[in-house]
Design a protein around this ligand. Structure first.
Ligand SMILES: [Zn+2]
Length: 71
């Protein structure tokens, strides 16, 4: 998972990676490729939101298309 230009500090590209050490195994981190900034859980939650909007707008488009086909 990647977010282009999503870094709140430098507008760099963010990428998600999973912890591989035993103490952080399975924990996911979102880091910036350019500056190494690690997002807080709050900032990560904000990243996930556009994905949900994209899903609902796709559903809306399908709804609008079927509504247009009926009239
Ligand atoms: Zn950055």
């Amino acid at each position: 998972m990647m977010w282009l230009k999503g870094c709140p500090r430098c507008k760099g590209d963010l990428f998600e990676e999973a912890g591989i050490n035993p103490e952080v195994y399975g924990v996911r981190f979102v880091n910036c490729l350019q500056c190494g900034y690690s997002l807080s859980p709050e900032e990560e939650a904000q990243l996930a939101r556009p994905k949900q909007q994209a899903l609902s707008s796709t559903a809306q488009r399908r709804f609008l298309a079927s509504a247009a086909g009926r009239s």
